[in-house]
Ligand binder design. Sequence first.
Ligand code: NAD
Length: 296
Amino acid sequence: MNPSPGLSPGTPILLTGGAGFIGSHLAERLLGAGAHVTILDDLNGAYATHLKQENLRQVSEQGSFDFLQMDIANPEQLQSALSGKSYEVVIHLAARTGVRSSLTQPLLYGQVNLQGTLGLLELARRGMCRQFIFGSSSSVYGPRQRPDLAMHKFARAIDENRPVTLFGDGSSMRDYTYVDDIVDRIAAALALKVGFEVFHLGSGNPIPLKRMVHLLERALGKPALLRMQADQAADMPVTHADLGKAARVLGYAPKVPFEEGLARFTAWFRNTSRRTGLPETTEKRQKKTELSTKGH
Ligand SMILES: NC(=O)c1ccc[n+]([C@@H]2O[C@H](COP(=O)([O-])OP(=O)(O)OC[C@H]3O[C@@H](n4cnc5c(N)ncnc54)[C@H](O)[C@@H]3O)[C@@H](O)[C@H]2O)c1
């Protein structure tokens, strides 16, 4: 059992989005520290549901947990599942993720990310938990990374000798943060006894897109067939976290250098992701169904 400050064995924790990339890593960490974890997730098809089920299967190897399959954007479901429940901490990571889809499905993003979060905050305000931890955006990577994120998409394209589409001239930069560094600090935040605070968790060391592709080529032993396209409207030119406050208050210092994290990601990609096949998004599946319906 890994000791974690602020966490005594049996501490009841509600973790939303626990079947996802970051959530499943965090669930393992919490179970390893002896917490009583309830995972809430709707297992939606934004990317393949079987990948989320596989994440849950891996979490279950760490210990048993309760599972609520439900949609946080549905206020009735939220009420009936959670009212009267009591947790020490709610860690809220369920969200519609993916920046570009937020432009095509703004209402859905609003319902889940805004209304769903408000629904949980309202339950928290009425006494559901002592502490509420909520994650927002950055660039987290590592094993189990979402298939829609650039590093995973590029690795798959290089591996399958398909073109890698780069938006912009490759000079955009991301403050890539290894998933264990994020999970460590979320776990450390459980010990905080403060009011509302915002922390930046990142690497503090932005990496140019071209360098990320170059390291992937090296790790996978194949050149990328680059296809350059114009910048995307939703993309930031640079993300760069200011780690000062997280270092002072949470003792945060990222431990995994980018080269090492990327090597761990590609090792996972070779061993696991390759075998699970190309994940489909709901949108792609819907389009296929529409096409086949039209064609018959
Ligand atoms: N991956 C990153 O680079 C990154 C970086 C920083 C922060 N974040 C944030 O961390 C959180 C988790 O991200 P992730 O990369 O693990 O994404 P993910 O998509 O793998 O996980 C999100 C989970 O939330 C679930 N979910 C979505 N809508 C839901 C709903 N209406 N009801 C219940 N469950 C629902 C999904 O099924 C999924 O399992 C998100 O808030 C995301 O914005 C992600």
